[in-house]
Design a protein around this ligand. Sequence first.
Ligand code: NAD
Length: 311
Amino acid sequence: QFENVGFIGLGNMGSRMASNLLKAGYKLTVHDVNHNVTKMFTNVGVPSKETPFEVAEASDVVITMLPSSNHVMDVYMGPNGLLDERSPLRPHLLIDSSTIDPQTSRKLSAKVASCTLKEKKDNWENPLMLDAPVSGGVLSAEAGTLTFMVGGSEDAYLAAKSLLLSMGKNAIFCGGAGNGSAAKICNNLAMAVSMLGVSEALSLGQSLGISASTLTKIFNSSTARCWSSDSYNPVPGVMEGVPSSRNYTGGFASKLMAKDLNLAVASAKEVGLKFPLMSQAQEIYAEICKDGHEIEDFSCVFRHHYSGKDE
Ligand code: NAD
């Protein structure tokens, strides 16, 4: 359905997702404020543009993969942004895969739907927007096995599905605009709390004389089993190939977890809610970042918060 794809934000995730689109045969146009990363694409013949507006001019669909809400607002609404007043808009569909708050996704979706299309196509009266954040880290982005959580119109979701599935293994429709962003921050809230729970229990077990490996075996065949115990164990040496066994390098940075918990807290506040585990997880990850461990994988909470060792 879409042939010319614009991609903005070629960082750790975006560069790998864009490479998979290239492999799938889409015609790409890219943009990033960091010219070092656009070079990887221009070197293999992919055109790079200086502004988001120029990407929009060249594309039927534009995907953004940016650090946070401010960057996304800037790329959409800023000068020379995707929705620059010089539109009518060429792309029929704008997909934001950044992890941002659902309120910003909803605001942008309404703004996109109020634009006019340069050229009508099929039954599309207006351009549409999907919020489609992802689960799975850099390795999944590289392997094309991400899970997309998609909010917006169902028609737009169906039109985008094959494009998304060339970067991922699942694309789950979550309902209206902002629901993909809501799903993502809820997923990461549960992931943070389960990581803290597993770290706390393994630390207590060690202090009571049970090794983390033995306790993990028990968890994984008992009711405490979860992703943090059976796939991403936080204790060094219990599992191979996870960040805890390579000094907490690689993986999902604590600063990203801190950002996502801030989004969860802010979104909860919007709807008049405050939850105790969410607040505590937010405080713990803020502290980890303040203490200088912001680029370590988020499972480093075991070392810095529970095991009492600093190095
Ligand atoms: P990153 O910082 O590596 O990449 C972001 C890219 O956006 C950078 O190349 C940066 O130069 C570019 N950028 C920033 N502002 C820009 C602007 N105004 N215009 C154009 N380009 C701009 O981040 P990442 O790790 O790729 O993460 C991207 C998003 O995906 C974040 O929202 C993150 O929370 C989410 N996410 C990350 C992971 C992960 O494991 N890294 C997993 C799931 C979701």
